[in-house]
Design a protein around this ligand. Sequence first.
Ligand SMILES: O=C(O)[C@@H](CO)OP(=O)(O)O
Length: 248
Amino acid sequence: MTYRLVLLRHGESEWNAKNLFTGWVDVDLTAAGEAEARRGGELLAERGILPDVLHTSVLRRAVRTANIALDVADRLWVPVRRSWRLNERHYGALQGKNKKQTLETYGEEQFMLWRRSYDTPPPPIEDDDEYAQTGDPRYADLPPELLPRTECLKDVLERALPYWYDAIVPELRRGLTVAVAAHGNSLRALVKHLDDISDEAIAGLNIPTGVPLVYELDESLRPVTRGGEYLDPDAAAAAIEAVKNQGR
Ligand SMILES: O=C(O)[C@@H](CO)OP(=O)(O)O
């Protein structure tokens, strides 16, 4: 018996297009991002990989990508759960900052440490920063000590894993095709866990926008094929390059 998991990063967002650090800021998809989401749904339908259930973050770019893709695949009716635990990595004081300017100001080493190191978070965001999540009603039920003011990838993995084990794994074990619509860094954290990628090697992994990544998992929920399968490998390769080069 194997299990099937579909990971989908949201399509291009307004702040991806403007090259700004986004994190928990709730920006929308661009028209190109909507088109990527539609293509993602078409790829799922073409391959007959139809989600039985869907999980998203509480950020609109993931929610809308999932809705568009499910609609195209005629699966808009499947049960959906949303959790802050699938949110993008909180980018701390970098939220709203331009990636190119940040690279120029702080230099390549510091920029890459903040952006891709496993355990170095950016400086925390101030509560009165215009891009802080202070008072955001969607986190009203979250104990204040859990609301991040910055996160590194390690923090993201630590907050995503309880959701993985409690919400996603039981559905996989029931034999459901489970889809997760989330973000570049929350999906990097899940992929790190699934593929057992080292803390060093994860720095080199980028997730493309809008291309479904399908994992077949064995009895111990390890990938049958390491790295899974992108349903459109050429589009994935091009989008991975684009993510890698942000800031340049
Ligand atoms: O800005 C962000 O929140 C993320 C994803 O867009 O960016 P990066 O790829 O630089 O981690």
